[in-house]
Design a protein around this ligand. Structure first.
Ligand SMILES: Cc1cc2nc3c(=O)[nH]c(=O)nc-3n(C[C@H](O)[C@H](O)[C@H](O)COP(=O)(O)OP(=O)(O)OC[C@H]3O[C@@H](n4cnc5c(N)ncnc54)[C@H](O)[C@@H]3O)c2cc1C
Length: 503
């Protein structure tokens, strides 16, 4: 028996966190979307855990943050240490407090993120088809829907025609391979283990724990109940998980005096650092792990996929509604690939340093950390008091050049506001929930703001002067639907400059 051909605007292949985020955003923006996934339902394993501040802000924009807050745990501090000895805690709150309404790191398992997103998508009448595997994809069909996907399901063969296809089909992306896009990078010879450990002893509760020993490191995230932690580290390359878990337990006890009663989940995998050479091929866009993979150090993986999805969905919605030229879609790769490239490079370097078997690395871990660690930890608040490091970790410092020539014109100098996500002034994020282009003023007189917004036909929002002084009281700001600042200008020039930016 065959299902009939479906026609839609966007076909999303893969209902992991990236694909589901794309679907929720597109549906919110009024774009028709169908999601297919070869699996029988959402992920059951916890997999990725950390939700960074920027992802929380996106959940806020989508009106989903209350449920996320109700289900997530907060890790407001990190406790570092050497072997079983711990140094003074470093509070994340202190750094993020003026940057975002969601300082610190939130812990919410990937499976629960997927559940929240799929519930939101289905509650809005979404079309989500489990057990539907894409087995063929053609992109040369007639306009306006050049994409034609063939799907296999227990009900038989079916097809979907779409304007665009989002490949959110994970690290081994069938679509990426089918399109012949290279996925260059490296594979680390070590094996990463992840344990959801219950009845854990030897760790500081309610904190992210990071410990080193001369030969190993341990990263542990709290997972709700006391004693419940996600433990991450590296071990010898042993594909037998039972044997590997026994080795891991012995190493944890010997190196860090950490033990656990049982594991709810134990898994291991080789760490890849890879980046697709292109994120777009005609009407097909790669997002999430299909476009980039890297080590889980820093808890950035799932978050980057969520943000790829959010960025792309806003652009597709603008083009679908005729508000933007289709050329805008090239900006997706121009904006998101450099972010992924930097992330893959940084996590690769950090991972290589942390796990290095070299004598120098062993000396640093075994001799320098125990002596200098306690003092260095005390200096951290002063060293990163500006929130710079937290801003990177929380993915709040991402910057996009507005066009290919801007970088050269500005000689590489990034503007502190334009091209970045709108700085948080304490009360300006609720305005972003409409997911529309808008004009903001932070002290500019109301008539000037009204005149500019009216001339462009855009929503306007007037706020008191920014208490953190990141936004100027003399400028108006053009804010994109994804919450990034597209332009800033004095009120007398804003109408023209913003119109040029809007195209
Ligand atoms: C064991 C493990 C532990 C991890 N731990 C962490 C961690 O601690 N921190 C972290 O940041 N990241 C971690 N990750 C990585 C994290 O899980 C990924 O970054 C995240 O899942 C990427 O989401 P995604 O939606 O892009 O892809 P995925 O979650 O991989 O989703 C891809 C989906 O596409 C579907 N699909 C594939 N091919 C087809 C097809 N042809 N047709 C239809 N559907 C298809 C698959 O069924 C799947 O549901 C871990 C990954 C693994 C495997």
């Amino acid at each position: 028996m065959s299902e009939p051909t479906t026609r839609t605007d966007v076909l999303v292949v893969g209902a992991g966190p990236s694909g589901l985020m794309a679907a929720v955003c597109l549906a919110r923006l009024g774009v028709e979307v169908t999601v297919v996934d070869a699996k029988s339902g959402p992920t059951r394993e916890s997999r990725a855990l950390a939700l960074q501040a920027r992802s929380m802000e996106i959940y806020d924009q989508l009106g989903l943050v209350d449920r996320v807050l109700a289900e997530a745990d907060r890790a407001p501090r990190i406790v570092t240490g050497y072997r079983a000895r711990t140094f003074a805690p470093i509070s994340f709150d202190r750094f993020g407090r003026t940057l975002t309404p969601y300082p610190g790191i939130y812990i919410l398992e990937q499976s629960r993120n997927e559940r929240i997103l799929s519930d939101a998508y289905l509650a809005g009448g979404g079309d989500l088809r489990w057990q539907h595997r894409v087995t063929d994809l053609r992109t040369d069909g007639p306009q306006p829907r050049p994409v034609r996907a063939t799907l296999e399901s227990p009900q038989g063969t079916s097809s979907i025609e779409a304007r665009w296809c989002i490949a959110a089909d994970g690290a081994s992306s069938w679509i990426r391979e089918h399109l012949g896009l290279a996925f260059e990078g490296s594979t680390n010879p070590l094996r990463f283990y992840v344990v959801d450990a219950v009845g854990t002893t030897g760790l500081v509760e309610g904190s992210v724990n990071l410990r080193v020993s001369p030969s190993r490191f341990l990263l542990a995230f709290p997972m709700g109940a006391p004693g419940h932690h996600r433990l991450i580290g590296v071990a010898a390359d042993d594909p037998d998980d039972r044997r590997l878990e026994a080795t891991v337990r012995a190493g944890l006890a010997a190196d860090f005096a950490v033990a656990y009663d049982r594991s709810d989940w134990f898994s291991s995998y080789r760490v890849h650092h890879r980046l697709a050479d292109r994120f777009r091929e005609g009407p097909v866009f790669l997002i999430g792990d299909a476009a980039h993979v890297h080590s889980p150090v820093g808890g950035q993986g799932m978050n980057t996929g969520l943000q790829d999805a959010h960025n792309l969905a806003c652009k597709l919605a603008d083009v679908r509604a005729g508000r933007a030229d289709p050329a805008l879609l090239d900006r997706y790769e121009a904006e998101r690939r450099p972010v992924a490239q930097r992330l893959v490079g940084t996590t690769d370097e950090v991972f290589a340093r942390v796990t290095s078997a070299s004598r120098i690395a062993g000396f640093v871990r075994g001799r320098v950390v125990p002596w200098l660690g306690p003092a260095a930890v005390r200096l951290v608040p002063a060293l990163i008091g500006t929130g710079r490091i937290y801003g990177y970790l929380g993915q709040l410092r991402i910057h996009y050049w507005s066009d290919p020539g801007e970088r050269a014109r500005r000689q590489g100098h990034r503007d502190p506001v334009v091209g970045r996500r709108l700085p948080w002034s304490g009360d300006n994020f609720a305005a972003l929930q409409s997911m529309s282009w808008q004009v903001h003023g932070y002290g500019v007189p109301a008539p000037a703001l009204d005149r500019v917004a009216r001339s462009l036909g855009l929503e306007r929002h007037r706020f008191p002067p920014d208490r953190y002084r990141r936004l100027s009281p003399d400028l108006l700001y053009l804010v994109r639907p994804d919450g990034f600042v597209a332009a800033a200008a004095a009120p007398d020039r804003a109408a023209d400059e913003f119109a040029a930016r809007l195209g």
